[in-house]
Design a protein around this ligand. Sequence first.
Ligand SMILES: Nc1ncnc2c1ncn2[C@@H]1O[C@H](COP(=O)(O)OP(=O)(O)OP(=O)(O)O)[C@@H](O)[C@H]1O
Ligand SMILES: [Mg+2]
Length: 288
Amino acid sequence: MSDQHLEIRNLHVAPIADPEREILQGIDLVVGKGEVHAIMGPNGSGKTTLAYALMGHPAYVVTEGRVLWKGMDILGLSPDKRARLGMFLAFQYPTAIPGLSVASFLRTALNARRQGLEKNPDVDPTDPTRGGVAMGEFRRLMRAKMALLRMDEAFATRYVNEGFSGGEKKRLEMLQMAVLEPEIAILDETDSGLDIDALRIVAEGVNAMLNPELGVLLITHYQRLLNYIKPDRVHVLARGRIITSGGRDLALELEETGYAPVLRAAGFEADELDDALDAPLPQPAEAR
Ligand SMILES: Nc1ncnc2c1ncn2[C@@H]1O[C@H](COP(=O)(O)OP(=O)(O)OP(=O)(O)O)[C@@H](O)[C@H]1O
Ligand SMILES: [Mg+2]
């Protein structure tokens, strides 16, 4: 096994407030370098929980299994360290950070990413002569990436997500990805809330970012997005497990039939699942 894979083995995850109630009950998934994997699945099946667990969200506990990234067991690392190692999550529900401008936020994040995991003491992110990003260089980078996503430059001076429309928030998530240049990107419903034109622009932006070093885990409800971003594999997450996997055809099939046939084939009654999903459950904490 190459050390450039994201390797998820028998992953079980529960909310920290209720560690007995596992949301994920044994996820196995390998995302190779340069591969795009789509994850689909009914509401409440655990897709966001998987994304959060991979990044180390404090509201979740891994009760069993392991996650290797570049051959390293990352489950003991803080989200910050995982990001420094090249992991990235675009949130389904991005949070506003009043008082922090988009430009400062991105420059700080980029400097941290360049400094890497070990926080090399010889690199001072705030000092361009010692490995930090110089203002001029950063401005050029921001301009290029904003042009890629056809974002107005005025965004750079606004506070992170404050007063942003749903679609603008999703675009800012993509701008972060473009600037940070991760090696594994988890995109949690980046297509939701985008109008048709924005969807195309964002998808083109993601396609422009694709490269042989980047693995992508694309969580989506709609096959529409997969018309633009072509996945190598499509997985269906339901009942805390990946119940089936296939190629692009699987997404087309699901669009036609809904989830009932794949649920039945996996031995679940769709009605029973619907009942389970209707049960009132605590809502996840806001993404931080
Ligand atoms: N922190 C938490 N505490 C308690 N329950 C949680 C927590 N996070 C998630 N859950 C529950 O776990 C289940 C899976 O939630 P999750 O957000 O992962 O679903 P999802 O597949 O992303 O759904 P959607 O398609 O609607 O985004 C839901 O029933 C949810 O209420
Ligand atoms: Mg979700």
